[in-house]
Design a protein around this ligand. Sequence first.
Ligand code: GCU
Length: 440
Amino acid sequence: MLEPLASRGYPFSMSPQKIAPFFAVFFIMLHADAQPKGFNYDEANVPAYTLPAPLIANDGSQVTSASQWQQSRRGEILSLFEQSVYGRKPGKPDELQFTVTSQDNNALGGLARRKQITILFEGGDRPFSVNLLVYIPTNRTGPAPLFIGYNFNGNHTIQSDPGIDLSKSWIRRSENGAINHRATEAARGTSSKRWPVETILKRGYAIATAYYGDVEPDHAEGWKDGIRAFYKTDENGDPLALTDWSAISAWSWALSRMVDYLETDADIDSNRIALLGHSRLGKTALWGGATEERFAIVISNDSGCGGAALSRRAFGETVQRINTNFPHWFCETFSLYNGNEGALPVDQHELIALMAPRPVYIASAVEDVWADPNGEFLSARAAEPVYALFGKEGVGVTTQPTVNTPVGDFIGYHIRTGKHDVTDYDWAQYLDFADRHFDR
Ligand code: GCU
């Protein structure tokens, strides 16, 4: 048991100069935690690798046109990702119910209309629901384009707005106002730094979010309380065992159900929906965007291993480490590639290529070495030949750009200063990217 600090003679009377080294040690400890030991963080030690070629079909023939890509090669790569990384998904349920549980036309001091919607899935063993929060700008003409993304700790954390329902779901982290994995009033607005809602609304965009834990709680046994316990067949009606899909495919499947709702909402321009996600939810956004073409723009923020970063580089987090620490995120087959990334039939540049010809944005952060920022850039770059089939330019540069210098046309990329996070800088780039591609 630790003694109280004061009884150990903790030097409260020390000068700032003397205290500084304590903070330095604390910072290094924090930093060390973000960069676990025993992994490669040195570019010189990246193993030699050859990336699978997105434009060589399974039968060895060369793909030379956008129509060949759309009609056959895209489907081949999608199946390879389903089989080896993320697993399959159910189809759209026949019984899908949307209930607007609250609406406030004067939210955030009149800046927005706020709606909360329960999306109820039926057709499995029991009803199952996900709660969607949507803010729509008041000052607009016609339906609003929209950003959508999952949040990590409940809808009530993205704004301190007391009108947002407190989540009743299991919350992964018992911190920031969650106690014993349940939300409390103190949790309101605790993630608002990552969600500049007012800025987004003032730029004319609506914003929608849902708590990913409504779909499947994020732990190894979470499937028991999630949709993987609920649906037993895939989109073709074939049996879907638990290990045939994954938490990431479950989370991304529910994103499609949110689009099903948004298509019914007259306030939203459902042809202009930008999907974004951070970190594990960035991996989810990429798989969600690959499998759902109704997302017109897809944005990956610091998604790292199993997201935008190339697996074969084994830089920072590796396939083995991610499968060991998060065994529920990927399908069972992915673990066959532990320590053997070179045998994967795909790599993550092909995931990015699955967005083509839609605009996609990949963002990294300098201190987020665990996520392999250069591997994220190289992946974005290696997706370019697929965009070229459509006559679209990708990142447009051959080496990682300097810090805080966004590049790219249909494949946007930046690396910003700072750590693993979603910042105002990131959002500023996403808003500009969406303005450009949505002709605003
Ligand atoms: C861990 C994990 C990453 C993941 C991140 C997150 O660091 O190793 O793969 O992206 O958590 O989601 O916050």
